[in-house]
Write a protein that binds this ligand. Structure first.
Ligand code: FRU
Length: 491
């Protein structure tokens, strides 16, 4: 399989199959010395339909081996119209994948839970065939996306839901054996409330709940907010502690401050480390993605933890090994209004910056030689926010614009880590552990340039380094074929 991008927008350091549609990361699990990453996958096209689980594994987060498709809808089965999202656990020599079984002849928001088992390290899965949890608790108006984890001698499961009383919820089950499940009630449930400091709400229903139970101190319940009639919105997190099957937490806050991260999922890695991947959807017209033959990408794997009541994220340490040529090393001071050219970068780079602005100032990534196309990352010191502005990031009107903000404490240096990969940018504010993900679609063909810029009357002290990003190594599939013929029902 080639790792060369077939078009200028296809990322190289972010995981996705060569073609077609992907959405949520699924079945994230460390098993038999490998990180397993599955994902919602349509093997027949670049639109959301016919959901399978595609599957990669890696020993080190850098070299990935495509495995055969893990789960395929069975045309006569409980999942005839899609194997929707879920996770997987490692249980001795077994990998057990739990997922949402979709049939269009059920209520459209009801995807009951089923499972599939692999005894060969994820090369093949035997679907259960029947539903594992056939009955929904009373009063569920939405139900899907199991998240199973081991707890002492037993197992627990959360399922994303909306309840008839107007609350969105993560419903709790437990099991002694992964086979017999008992419903224990809502683990957390909330009427729509603002997601701290934003104009977003926690939604009518929660998709893909994920739980990080901290060993001591508070843990995190992440969920993706879903609202009628538009569907998926943003990602939020509750920080709190469990008491007798109920998660007591403060107000919801954003888990990613950008517009293009959804359905993030957790992997419990060896050594107590937690990793997270999200789905970064396209921010361009669907017809454009369809013409290019692919849509969606997984975010970088991120290390996450709860510290001082806050969810903190940073790129997985292993990704430092993707750094190649040291393309930019620049230090200085601007006296606004002024711009300073920092040098040129390729279409995939990893940047660190230390910014000390006295007012509005920041960095600009220029993607056309005449400077008419650019992405801005700037500090708004009055608002105490970092602003990422993509209003001019593509000359193609089919790309979405907008500017997005995350809190950025004033009066102290701003430490950033920015990963840019063709059409995705993930901006980590190191000082707060917060992150903002967005997609952008530059049209410029030539080299890209970086600038430091400051507004009139503003000084900006800057120290910027950027390294070209090597592509992930995608191995040739060693067993079977990674992309079997689509299993759509015969006409
Ligand atoms: C979230 C989601 C899940 C569902 C899956 C279907 O993006 O809608 O709730 O299981 O995607 O592809």
């Amino acid at each position: 399989m080639s790792t060369t991008p077939r078009d200028p927008h296809r990322p190289v350091a972010h995981l996705r199959p060569p073609r077609n549609w992907i959405n949520d990361p699924n079945g994230l699990v460390f098993h038999d010395g490998h990180y397993h990453v599955s994902y919602q996958y349509n093997p027949s096209g670049a639109t959301h339909a016919n959901m399978h689980w595609g599957h990669f594994r890696s020993p080190d987060l850098l070299t990935w081996e495509p495995l055969p498709i893990a789960l395929s809808p069975n045309p006569d089965g409980v999942d005839a119209d899609g194997c929707f999202s879920g996770n997987a656990v490692s249980d001795g020599d077994r990998l057990v994948a739990f997922y949402s079984a979709h049939r269009e002849d059920r209520s459209p928001q009801h995807q009951p839970i089923t499972c599939a088992v692999s005894h060969d390290g994820g090369n093949s899965f035997r679907p259960r065939g029947e539903l594992l949890i056939p009955e929904l608790p009373e009063g569920c108006t939405m139900y899907r996306d199991p998240y199973v984890w081991q707890d002492g001698d037993g197992w627990r499961m959360l399922v994303g839901a909306a309840l008839a009383d107007g609350r969105a919820a993560a419903l709790l089950y437990d099991s002694p054996d992964l086979e017999n499940w008992t419903y224990r009630g809502p683990f957390a449930a909330r009427r729509p409330e603002p997601v701290g400091g934003t104009e977003e709400f926690t939604g009518d229903g929660w998709e893909c709940p994920q739980y990080l139970p901290a060993a001591d101190g508070p843990g995190a319940l992440l969920f993706s907010t879903w609202t009628e009639p538009t569907g998926p919105q943003r990602v939020a997190v509750l920080i709190g502690e469990e008491h007798d099957g109920h998660f007591k937490a403060g107000p919801a806050v954003p888990a990613d401050h950008g517009p293009d991260c959804y359905a993030p999922a957790l992997l419990r890695a060896p050594g107590g480390r937690w990793l997270l991947w999200g789905w970064s959807w396209e921010a361009r017209d669907e017809a454009w993605a369809v013409a290019d033959g692919w849509a969606g990408v997984l975010t970088l794997p991120r290390e996450i933890h709860v510290d001082d009541g806050t969810l903190r994220q940073q790129p997985a340490t292993e990704l430092l090994a993707l750094r190649g040529e040291h393309a930019v090393h620049a230090e200085g001071v601007t006296d606004g209004p002024q711009r300073v050219d920092l040098g040129s970068v390729g279409r995939a780079f990893d940047l660190t910056a230390r910014l000390e602005p006295t007012g509005n100032a920041g960095l600009r990534l220029l993607t056309t030689p005449d400077g008419s196309e650019y992405l801005d990352i700037r500090v708004d010191t009055d608002a105490g926010e970092l602003v990422v502005d993509r209003d001019h990031a593509s000359l193609d009107p089919r790309a979405r614009g907008g500017s997005y903000r995350m809190p950025c404490p004033s009066g102290q240096p701003v430490e950033l880590r920015v990963a840019v990969d063709h059409s995705i940018v993930e901006i980590f504010l190191i000082t707060t552990g917060q992150v903002l993900t967005l997609r952008f679609y530059p049209t410029g063909q030539g080299p890209w340039r970086l600038e430091a810029r400051s507004a009139s009357g503003t000084r900006l002290g800057f120290a910027v380094d950027a390294w070209e990003l090597h592509p992930l190594v995608i191995k040739e599939p060693s067993t079977g074929t990674a992309e079997p013929a689509p299993t759509s029902p015969s006409p």
